[in-house]
Ligand binder design. Structure first.
Ligand code: NOJ
Length: 523
């Protein structure tokens, strides 16, 4: 294969950008963003310095979980557009040297998927074995103690057949049975279908799920403090996180790398320990990229972040690439969660995210310092959290993008009801921030530009440097980064070299780094 070096590992040092399509740009005035809306703003993403986009689910779906309940893996959701729209998006992105990743949901389908419809209507059909069925427990109840993401039992009785089916999420999201080779074949075909159309890779939903324990053993209680892996007090050691899933990723990596420009697999690897995270890379023959939830959920302190970064990099197999991200459609946005709405902290977060060695994944609005939006109870569209009785829905991080200062933010027509409410127009928009040289958006663009110049196609080195308490200093590639995670000024041990970029005017005064300020200097 004569793929140029820069193409063969194009995600190294790259910036990906997650677009929650429904909330990005509505071009047909139905209140939902759509694929043509993504195409309409490719110039913006190119201006920002993005190398690729990950589109949240685009496949047909009854939307019980906003596309994470797929009813056809080889189509496009009519509300978002057509296959032709997606082809055009991919082509137009390509003209701007940008790649397009889709979201793949292999852990479960929608109950409206023809496979499941047939599995229920005809228990003798081959599609019955596409799903996980089990007889009731002796008392007639669910076969074991597994819990769904709502906290309810992960099993629903199919009265006609007298068997339960498994669903780790909503009852309308039946889990697939990965012990069945036909499921593997179906997904191999799905991968090739999209890769052949020019899709550059997939974000893989619930990558830690797939296989379930063959004996359906009860999940044990979660150890104290298990923040990431625990589910309503249970550790998901049998209902998910099974070792057999690694074989699936080895197969998929071979498919992904059989293309002249390799396709990339980015796992939603929701695991709590970094050994388990590293294991998803196999020997450099499984997922190329993995979301790092211990990093995402780390406290926003120099000590905690530097520790998780050092350990993450240490544990990755040689030649594999780390992923740094801080927001997504399931959690509170980082300018709220890490920043508490203080823009200095959001800027510092961006500076650090953009300079850590690996792949950066931004979430739409991160570049604006967009914070969570309080979505009133009656407007909540997130069923999963509503059913779990959660105080906060995931909708707070899914509200429309703000393109301009108008009341609709330029997301849709004036008379149209958006699918989720707008945030506060006073918090700024793309148009306003593009015009303001000192805006967080312009900082983000400068950071991505520097990142591209310094890191494109590379796995930069990383070494922590001595720093006063509350300051995180590190050398990466040819850069020195110093970031002050405290409310007071901090005096650096030595003056850094020439400063290339900082979180804002006056960030560094001689050797004194202002509170919540950061600088990037030549090492
Ligand atoms: C993770 C997705 O990010 C989330 O939005 C979804 O509800 C679950 N997986 C189930 O697919």
């Amino acid at each position: 294969m004569d793929t140029p070096e820069t193409e063969s590992r194009w995600w190294h040092g790259a910036t990906l950008y997650q677009i929650y399509v429904r909330s990005w740009q509505d071009t047909n005035d139905d209140g939902y963003g759509d694929l043509n809306g993504v195409t309409a703003h490719l110039d913006y993403l190119s201006w920002l310095g993005v190398d690729g986009v990950w589109l949240s689910p685009t496949m047909p779906s009854p939307d019980e979980d906003w596309g994470y309940d797929v009813s056809d893996y080889m189509g496009v959701h009519p509300e978002l557009g057509t296959l032709a729209d997606l082809d055009r998006l991919i082509a137009e992105a390509g003209q701007r040297d940008m790649r397009v990743l889709l979201d793949l949901v292999p852990n479960h389908t929608s109950s409206a998927h023809p496979w499941f419809v047939e599995a229920v209507s005809d228990p003798g059909s081959p599609h019955r074995e596409f799903y996980v069925w089990a007889d009731p427990a002796p008392d007639g109840g669910p076969p074991n103690n597994w819990l769904a993401a709502t906290g309810a039992p992960a099993w629903t009785l199919d009265e006609a057949s007298g068997q339960y089916y498994l669903h780790n999420f909503l009852p309308s999201q039946p889990d697939l049975n990965w012990w069945n080779p036909a499921v593997h074949q179906a997904f191999d075909d799905i991968l090739r279908f999209w890769f052949d159309r020019g899709v550059a890779g997939f974000r893989i939903d619930v990558a830690h799920g797939l296989y379930k324990d063959a004996q359906l053993r009860d999940d044990p209680p979660a150890p104290q403090g298990e923040l990431v892996r625990g589910r309503f007090g249970l550790a998901q050691v049998y209902s998910a996180n099974r070792p057999e899933s690694h074989g699936v990723f080895r197969d998929w990596r071979k498919i992904a790398e059989s293309y002249p420009v390799p396709r990339v697999l980015l796992g939603e690897t929701w695991v709590g320990d970094l050994d388990a995270l590293a294991a998803f890379h196999g020997q450099g023959d499984e997922l190329q990229l993995t979301f790092n939830f211990p990093f995402i959920f780390s406290p926003f302190t120099a000590e905690a972040l530097s520790a998780v970064v050092a350990e993450s990099l240490d544990k990755l197999p040689a030649g594999e690439c780390a992923v740094w991200t801080a927001s997504n459609h399931d959690i509170s946005r980082f300018p709220t969660r890490w920043g508490g709405g203080d823009e200095r902290r959001a800027r510092l977060g961006l500076l650090v995210l953009a300079t850590l060695p690996g792949t950066l994944v931004l979430y739409y609005g991160d570049e604006l310092g967009m914070t969570d939006v309080d979505v009133p109870h009656e407007l909540v569209r997130d069923r999963m959290r509503a059913e779990a009785g959660a105080r906060e829905s995931r909708d707070r991080a899914r509200t429309p993008m703000r393109w301009d200062p108008s009341p609709t933010g330029g997301f849709t027509g004036d008379q149209v009801q958006p699918w989720l409410p707008y945030g506060d127009p006073a918090s700024g928009s793309v148009a306003e921030m593009q015009a303001e040289p000192s805006s967080i958006l312009r900082l983000c663009r400068d950071l991505l530009g520097l990142r591209r110049r310094e890191f494109a196609g590379q796995l930069a080195s990383y070494a922590q440097r001595p720093a006063p308490r509350g300051v995180w200093a590190y050398e990466t590639g040819g850069l020195l980064v110093a970031a002050n995670f405290s409310d007071g000024p901090a005096t650096l041990d030595a003056p850094p070299g020439p400063v290339l970029l900082s979180t804002g005017e006056g960030a560094l005064d001689g050797q004194v780094l202002q509170p919540w300020a950061g600088v990037i200097a030549r090492a």
